[in-house]
Structures are given as C-alpha cells and as structure tokens.
Design a protein around this ligand. Structure first.
Ligand SMILES: Nc1ncnc2c1ncn2[C@@H]1O[C@H](COP(=O)(O)OP(=O)(O)O)[C@@H](O)[C@H]1O
Ligand SMILES: O=C(O)C[C@@H](O)[C@H](O)C(=O)COP(=O)(O)O
Length: 338
C-alpha cells in the first residue's frame, strides 16, 4: 500500500498525452479484413481508450492531443465530451493533417490484427505550444503514451509535458505502447523510450516493449532485472504484461505480484491492454493493494477482449466488480499471489 502518493488538492486525476483516433471494427468478423464489408466506428487510440476507461470508472480525466479539423475530429471530441473527459486541450490541425484510422481484422477469437492509416497524421503534429504548464499543474498524474515520441513535433511536446509534470510533482506514468508505424529506426525508439522510462513512477509494457526500451542499456534482461534497474533510478512500479500468460507488477520495495487472465469467451484479441491500464491505474488512484489493482486490470482486460469495441465497451466500477465476483463464483479465486 502507498507506493504512489497523489496530491489530492489537484482537480484532475489524470492527464493523458498522445493520440486520439478512430477504430473501424468489422461487424462481419471471423474473416480476413480484405473480405469484411461492414464496420462499426468507435473512438480509438490507445491513450484515448484508457481515458474513456478511467472516466467510466469515475476519474476526472484531461487530455493533451491534436485531431483533424473535420467530422472525425468532431466525432472524437464529442465522444470525449459525453464521457465527461476535458477536451479543452485537444486542438485541431490547421494544415489538413488527418486523424489516425485503424481498420481491424478479427480472423478468429484468438487471431486479430490491425491496419493503421497514419500518414500525414494529426496526433503527431502536437506541438510544444499545445502544452500549457497551467493545465499540467491541475493534474495529479500524467500518462505519456510511447507513440507520441515517434516523431517531431509531438516528441518535443511529450517531452515538454514530462518536464513540466516533473517540475510540478505529478505522478508520471509511461505506457510504452509500441506501434511500429511512424518510427524512423530502432535507435530512436531506444533513445526516447528510455528517456521517459527513466523519469517515470509507473511503467507499463510488454516484455517486447521493455526490450525495445533497454536496447542501449542492456539486452536480454529478465523481467526481474528490468524492474530492479528502473527501481534503482526512481521508478516505483514496473508492470510487465505477458498477454494471455498474465502479468506481474514489481514494486520498489522488492515485492512482486502476479495475476493470470480471467477466463472469458474471446471475441477478439486486441483492446485488452487499454482495459488493463485503465482499471489498474484506477486501483492505484483509489489507494488499493497492488494485487487488487492487478485484479481490476485483468478483469477489465478480459471484458474488453470479449467485446467488440475498445473504448465504448469500457466497464463501470460496478460492472467490473460484478464480473470479478461472477468469475470467482464460476472458476474459484484465480489470483496468483507471489
Ligand atoms: N485470452 C485472454 N483472455 C483473457 N484476458 C486476456 C487474454 N489475452 C490478454 N488478456 C488480458 O489483456 C491484458 C493485455 O494483453 P496484452 O496482449 O499483454 O496487451 P495488448 O492488448 O496491449 O497487446 C493481459 O495482461 C490480460 O490481462
Ligand atoms: O491504439 C490505437 O490507435 C488503436 C486502438 O484503438 C486499437 O483498436 C487497439 O489496437 C487496442 O490496443 P491494445 O489495447 O493495446 O490491444
């Protein structure tokens, strides 16, 4: 308990920095994307999905991002507004850059893929002038999404947000969120991921994402070595996700806590990470024990891989608690305490 202290005098719980986008998920799924003809449109973008997830869980959320100056820009800002997310710092592109579009393929319950349209992309036009210290000051915590570091000027904007967050004592959360699109080369990934990871209180990533982050530090680390390294330079919680094999949170007192996924009838295999992040972070904000934060994260993730959307299907607190209670009734206590 108490690994992370949030300044309760601040009015916004979490400010996220990164992309807001649009997902098109096939309604005629379980066939290749090339053959799908009908899609449902949802707000998308990993940090935007996390924002919706946390808002549904009752947290006050702000967002720093850039969207296209068109009807899709209207769609995502209106969606955020309806969810009660503060859109005052989501700005519009002025030179025709377009919001990211993700077309998803749901081939089977366990085989999904995503096709991203991210050329001339709006979110990576986020500029240092879009990052305002007075806004950042209002947050208890900030979440930097790794994809915002892929290119300038978004890269500098994200680093400015990080610097101002440190200056104003916000809790810094880094969701590595590796997407190959828009990065120029592996060296830039290693450089910018490690800059942010080294200054973060909480780091969330898969083994592959930590390997990318540590390319210029040391290769081939185990999860324990990764956690020990980041703890030694100031991080408090390092979470390593292993997909369907579960996840482990390493805390800076040398403890670690593991959780397995909740058994669920899968619809698709993406969206879990964002459900996981939002509910895990909700637990941290509520001052819960780490194992309980993991349980919430794992439950929300399972609910998301069982549903069609990544944003619109984010659960409320009562829904996620009911899901946990029902699952425990059916399958027994699946928490692996280590
Ligand atoms: N088959 C599954 N059944 C239930 N939960 C799952 C399944 N696969 C993944 N999850 C949950 O989603 C979380 C995130 O999945 P992961 O694949 O690591 O991330 P991402 O969705 O970001 O690629 C996992 O830690 C797990 O809790
Ligand atoms: O992050 C994006 O831009 C696309 C998402 O909205 C998307 O649908 C997705 O891939 C979800 O990601 P995950 O939670 O990391 O599986």
């Amino acid at each position: 308990m108490g690994y992370i202290q949030f300044d309760q005098s601040k009015e916004i719980d979490l400010i996220l920095v990164g992309r807001v986008a649009v997902d098109f998920n096939p309604v005629d799924y379980y066939k290749p994307l090339s053959e799908s003809t009908t899609f449902k449109k949802y707000l998308g973008g990993s940090p935007a999905n996390i924002a919706v997830g946390m808002a549904r869980l009752g947290k006050k959320i702000g967002f720093i991002g850039k969207v296209s100056d068109d009807q899709f820009g209207d769609f995502v800002t209106n969606f955020f507004d309806k969810e009660g997310i503060d859109t005052s710092h989501i700005t519009r592109c002025k030179n025709g850059e377009k919001i990211g579009l993700t077309f998803t393929e749901i081939l089977s319950e366990t085989e999904s893929s995503i096709l991203m349209y991210r050329d001339g992309i709006a979110d990576l036009r986020l500029d240092v002038s879009d990052v305002d210290e007075d806004y950042i000051k209002k947050g208890k915590a900030i979440l930097i999404s790794g994809t915002a570091l892929a290119q300038s000027p978004s890269r500098e904007a994200a680093l400015k947000a990080l610097a101002l967050a440190k200056k104003n004592n916000l809790v810094v959360i880094f969701d590595i969120d590796y997407r190959p699109y828009n990065w120029n080369n592996m060296d830039e990934i290693a450089i910018y991921y490690s800059i942010v990871a080294k200054q973060s209180d909480v780091i969330l990533g898969s083994r592959e994402e930590f390997d990318l982050t540590e390319q210029m530090i040391e290769q081939g680390r185990t999860d324990e070595q990764t956690a020990a390294y980041f703890h030694a330079i100031g991080s408090k919680i390092v979470v390593v996700k292993h997909g369907k094999d579960g996840s482990t949170a390493y805390t800076n007192d040398g403890n670690h806590y593991s959780i397995k996924p909740f058994p669920v009838k899968l619809l698709k295999s993406f969206g879990g990470g964002d459900g996981y992040a939002s509910a895990f972070l909700y637990g941290l904000f509520e001052g819960m024990e780490i194992i309980d934060c993991l349980e919430l994260g794992s439950a929300s993730a399972a609910m998301l891989v069982a549903s069609h959307a990544c944003s619109q299907d984010m659960p409320s607190v009562s829904a996620v608690k009911e899901f946990i209670a029902e699952s425990k009734k059916k399958y027994g206590d699946m928490i692996a305490r280590v």
